[in-house]
Design a binder for this molecule. Structure first.
Ligand SMILES: O=C1O[C@H](COP(=O)(O)O)[C@@H](O)[C@H](O)[C@H]1O
Length: 231
């Protein structure tokens, strides 16, 4: 698998360039099929990128946005990735996009995952654009080291869909797309900043995927991994 590094002077320049590149690919998908799908990550890194993308002149009513992963909390919770996307991406022109959450107020986390799998199934496969983040522990999506279902999540034989994940470093129980759902995206992005470049270097070194799950994407993704980094 190949990876392409996109290096920028600062986070603001990265946010603008990534918004341009993602916008162009969403527009191309709409031109080709009449619709486009975008799966984004949460956390704190993507905020400026979301704000830039929200203003791009795209045919947003034809775009479906979802999450790569989610904490099992309602959207009003400050830990919610849905809340981060609602507050920073689904505004301005992008307010017209369709959003499909991963969190559902089901009786159990597995029940919520089953609903999320069903609700996201109509996004089609492969997804047009996936934007991954990475934790300092080398997790991506909710593929955490020591995760309760990490092996299943990373197994290419595991069907596309959303599964649960629990791990010491994850906080709440998680809902995450599987590796098979993400790895063949039309445009597969890893967005990291600052000292995470050193974490990436560790991940690029020999070692088990289970120790740094981002390695699964670096080594086995069908799509070239477009790595966007700024100091
Ligand atoms: O918990 C999560 O963390 C990762 C990394 O977040 P960052 O703020 O360090 O970039 C994120 O990619 C993931 O979606 C999120 O659930």
């Amino acid at each position: 698998m190949s990876a392409n590094m996109h290096i920028f002077e600062n986070a603001s320049a990265l946010a603008e360039a990534l918004a341009d590149d993602v916008g162009a690919r969403l527009a191309a998908a709409i031109a080709a099929r009449g619709t486009a799908s975008l799966a984004v990550s949460g956390g704190s890194t993507p905020k400026a990128f979301f704000q830039s993308l929200s203003r791009r002149e795209i045919d947003w009513p034809k775009v479906t946005v979802t999450l790569v992963d989610e904490r099992f909390v309602p959207p009003e919770n400050e830990r919610s990735n849905h809340r981060l996307v609602a507050d920073n991406l689904l505004k301005h022109r992008a307010a017209e996009a369709r959003f499909v959450p991963l969190y559902y107020a089901a009786e159990t986390v597995p029940a919520a995952a089953a609903i999320a799998s069903q609700k996201t199934a109509d996004l089609g496969a492969p997804l047009d654009v996936v934007v991954l983040g990475m934790g300092t522990d080398g997790h991506t999506a909710s593929f955490f080291p020591g995760g309760s279902r990490l092996g299943e999540a990373l197994d290419p034989a595991t069907p596309r869909g959303v599964i649960t994940m629990e791990a010491e470093g994850a906080g709440e129980p998680r809902l995450t797309f599987t590796f098979s759902s993400l790895q063949d995206a039309g445009y597969l992005v890893l967005h990291i900043e600052g000292s995470k470049k050193e974490v990436l270097a560790q991940a690029e070194a020999p070692g088990a995927e289970a120790e740094m799950p981002i390695r699964a994407m670096l080594r086995r993704a069908a799509s070239p991994l477009q790595i966007y980094w700024a100091p």
